[in-house]
Ligand binder design. Structure first.
Ligand SMILES: [Zn+2]
Length: 242
C-alpha cells in the first residue's frame, strides 16, 4: 500500500481528480490550506475512501485573515474532528513573509487545538526550520515535518524530539533530501508529493503515483527493497494517523 502523506487534490481541475485518485493504489492525505479548501476536501473525501483529510490554515493564508476569521477556521476544524486524521498544512513560512510574531501565535493556537482533539500535525517550515523545532519540541501530539530542508543538525534534533519526516518526490534532484534519508531511520519516514507541486520531473505536474520515485530513491540509499520501503512506510502511516 502506497502512501502520499501530503497532497493538494483541491488544486487540480475537478475532472482530473478522479483520474489521479483512481490510478493511485494507496492512501492520500489531502491537506487543506483554508476554510474553502477544507470544504472542497470534505466533498473529495466523501467520493474516495482512500482519501484521508488533514485540515489546517497555511501560514501565509492565515496572515490574510482577520482574527475572527482565523478563529472561525479553528472552530471548523474542531467541528470536523471526526472527519480528519491530522492538522495540516500548517507551520511557519519565513521566506514569503516576515510577519513572524503573528505566525507563531497562529501556530501555537493550532498546536493547542491539535492537542485538544488529539491529532498529529503536518508541518510546513521554510526558512524557519529551527523555530518550528523549538516551538513544537514539547508537543503532546505526533509531528510530521513535510518537505523538511533543515541542515544535518536540525534533522538530528528533530529525531531526538521524536518527529517524523515526509520525503517529497523531488528527492531525485535534492542532495539535501538524500542526506536526510541517510540520517533518518526508516521507521521515521513517510512519502509525499505536495502535488500538484514539486514534480520529480521538472516542468511537469506532480501526482500521488510519483511517490514511487521517492520509494525507489529511499530503497537505494537504505539498501533495502522497494517492497520493504513501501511496507515500512505504510506501517509508519498507521502508527502516526490511526
Ligand atoms: Zn503543501
Amino acid at each position: 500500500m502506497l502512501v502520499d502523506s501530503h497532497c493538494h487534490l483541491d488544486f487540480f481541475p475537478e475532472e482530473e481528480i478522479s483520474v489521479i485518485v483512481k490510478r493511485f493504489p494507496g492512501i492520500i492525505i489531502q491537506n487543506a490550506v483554508d476554510i474553502n479548501s477544507m470544504k472542497k476536501s470534505l466533498i473529495i473525501a466523501k467520493k474516495y475512501s482512500n482519501v484521508k483529510l488533514a485540515f489546517g490554515v497555511y501560514p501565509t493564508r492565515a496572515l490574510e485573515l482577520s482574527e475572527k476569521d482565523f478563529e472561525k477556521a479553528l472552530s471548523f476544524i474542531r467541528e470536523n474532528k471526526d472527519n480528519i486524521i491530522a492538522l495540516g498544512e500548517i507551520g511557519l513560512e519565513y521566506k514569503e513573509s516576515q510577519e513572524r510574531e503573528k505566525q507563531i501565535i497562529n501556530l501555537k493556537k493550532l498546536l493547542k487545538l491539535a492537542e485538544e482533539i488529539k491529532k498529529p500535525l503536518i508541518i510546513h517550515s521554510r526558512k524557519a526550520e529551527l523555530e518550528v523545532l523549538e516551538l513544537l519540541k514539547n508537543s503532546k501530539v505526533k509531528i510530521v515535518l513535510h518537505c523538511f530542508n533543515g541542515n544535518t543538525t536540525a534533522v538530528r534534533t528533530a529525531l531526538e524530539y521524536g518527529f517524523y519526516f515526509s520525503v517529497p518526490t523531488n528527492i531525485s534532484t535534492s542532495k539535501n533530501l538524500k542526506k536526510l534519508v541517510k540520517i533518518v531511520p526508516i521507521d521515521r519516514i513517510l512519502t509525499e508529493t505536495d502535488a500538484p507541486y514539486l514534480s520529480p520531473i521538472k516542468g511537469q505536474r506532480n501526482e500521488p503515483l510519483n511517490v514511487k520515485h521517492t520509494i525507489k530513491v529511499i530503497a537505494e540509499i537504505k539498501h533495502i527493497t522497494e517492497e520493504n520501503v513501501e511496507e515500512q512506510i505504510y506501517r509508519n502511516y498507521k502508527l502516526i494517523f490511526e
